[in-house]
Design a protein around this ligand. Structure first.
Ligand SMILES: [Zn+2]
Length: 125
């Protein structure tokens, strides 16, 4: 059996999938930004057609929450799984940013790196 929290590659894939989904759905994006540790299972349920087993998304949501707390200035003593997991999330975010560079005008991520126009402010690239 695979231990989800030790499978950095699986976490990276789940993160990339969730970032793509939140680009398509503002409501998913909002819920993920306001995530709470007691809400992890609920959030996983709103992710349609998950590619991986639910455990990946639950751990991912926990990591996103943890990341948000750390950005807000909370200090945590991370264990090895958490540190590796956060690194996998960052890796996925870099991949996502490469494929969806932010619009220079309004900052919205582009639908794809090949998009010719911002879907939010309509500026042409
Ligand atoms: Zn724009």
């Amino acid at each position: 059996m695979i231990l989800v929290s030790q499978d950095a590659e699986g976490i990276r894939m789940a993160a990339l999938e969730v970032f793509e989904l939140s680009l398509q759905s503002k409501s998913i994006e909002r819920r993920i930004q306001n995530i709470r540790p007691d809400d992890l299972e609920q959030i996983v349920k709103i992710i349609p057609e998950r590619k991986l087993s639910p455990g990946y998304y639950e751990f991912l949501m926990y990591l996103l929450w943890l990341e948000g707390q750390m950005e807000a200035g909370c200090n945590f003593a991370l264990n090895a799984d958490e540190a590796d997991g956060l690194r996998a999330v960052q890796q996925a975010r870099h991949e996502f940013d490469r494929e969806h560079p932010a619009c220079g005008n309004c900052g919205t991520p582009r639908a794809s790196v090949r998009a010719r126009r911002c879907e939010s402010c309509m500026r042409e690239f």
